[in-house]
Write a protein that binds this ligand. Structure first.
Ligand code: AN0
Ligand code: CP
Length: 313
């Protein structure tokens, strides 16, 4: 594994999952491994979980951490061959190379524009970092996927499943703001490497990119999708087809107790942050079947597995 920017970077996903489980059992088991090594984290967008859990993961491995909000640094130019006479003071070529002098691993969070689909789906910023940095790059959520979240979600399902092959349902839910497709794309990508009974449900018009959903069951009737489910993974995303648009705010898609009653006492999952009584009703997220806090806790162990693997490379 040279980078961790999607499931495709991972040589042995099952091995990575097992390592995350090992880190969870004993978080300080490898606390000498990262001695003298530095993780740099660069945030183009807000974060609570990714920032705190990845920092903690690095500390558990004995690393040091330098975190920066991009707004505090120089505005960077990513295009090659331009005359730099605008507001951009530094080029990614120097920026990434210089950060590689200080850091042994670089994490980058960069959300999509939701206006330019081709640029977003080239994972433009993370790709540029991969191109010009001289150290491994970790996606802290890019413009198409969020692999640290998905590895965590897999770890969480393995922790809570009571049958060998659980039914896992990814359900779209309403939200007042246009959100990226990164979390659902990534969740789909990682679920495809499991043998779970995996179903996606969303209103028409919310189809994710076929490159992600090829071969995956899609059920447009949410009630039908929920029947017999062991896990409900809720997430809003904006339209991929009508790129970045909100096509529906239908409250019938909100995850309610009535909807959960259709399932096989399913566990409720969400990557967080979540808007209560928009995406999910209080009665569900506050119920005993909600595992969102444990899911967030597992972010640390997924990040540890990733950092450990990259450190040993
Ligand atoms: C982001 C998203 O939907 O991708 C981050 C989730 C981890 N969510 C929001 O912007 C609310
Ligand atoms: N789930 C997640 O990535 O949360 P943050 O956006 O708070 O990092």
């Amino acid at each position: 594994m040279n980078h961790f920017t999607s499931v495709h970077d991972v040589d042995d996903p099952l091995g990575l999952l097992r390592l995350a489980q090992e880190c969870k059992e004993n978080p300080l088991k490898f606390n000498e491994l990262g001695k003298g090594k530095t993780l740099g984290m660069l945030f183009y967008n807000s974060s609570l979980r990714t920032r705190m859990s990845t920092e903690l993961a690095a500390y558990n491995l004995g690393m040091r951490v330098i975190s920066m909000n991009v707004g505090d640094s120089w505005n960077m130019e990513f295009e090659d061959g331009v005359v730099m006479n605008s507001d951009k003071a530094e080029h990614i070529r120097e920026g990434a190379a210089v950060m590689s002098q200080y850091c042994d691993i670089l994490g980058v969070r960069s959300f999509p524009s939701l206006t330019d689909r081709d640029r977003d789906y080239s994972d433009y910023i993370i790709s540029k970092f991969k191109q010009h940095a001289r150290v491994p790059i970790v996606s802290l959520e890019g413009s198409t996927v969020h692999p640290l979240q998905s590895l965590t979600d897999w770890l969480t399902i393995e922790q809570f499943k009571t049958v060998k092959r659980p039914k896992v349902v990814l359900s779209w839910a309403p939200h007042p703001k246009a959100l990226p497709q990164s979390v659902p794309n990534s969740f789909v990508e990682w679920m495809k490497i499991t043998d779970y009974d995996f179903v996606i449900t969303h209103p028409e018009g919310y189809e994710l990119a076929e490159s992600f959903t090829e071969g995956v069951k899609i059920e447009y009737d949410q009630d039908k999708a929920f029947e017999g489910a062991d896990f409900i993974y809720a997430k809003n995303w904006s339209s991929y087809l009508d790129y970045g648009k909100i096509l529906s705010m239908d409250p019938n898609w909100t995850i309610s107790a009535k909807k959960m009653a259709l399932t096989n006492q399913a566990k409720f999952m969400h990557c967080l942050p979540v808007r209560r009584n928009q995406v999910v009703m209080d009665e569900v997220i506050d119920s005993a079947n909600s595992i969102v806090i444990e899911e967030a806790k597992n972010r640390t162990f997924a990040a540890m597995a990733v950092l450990k693997t990259l450190l040993e490379k």
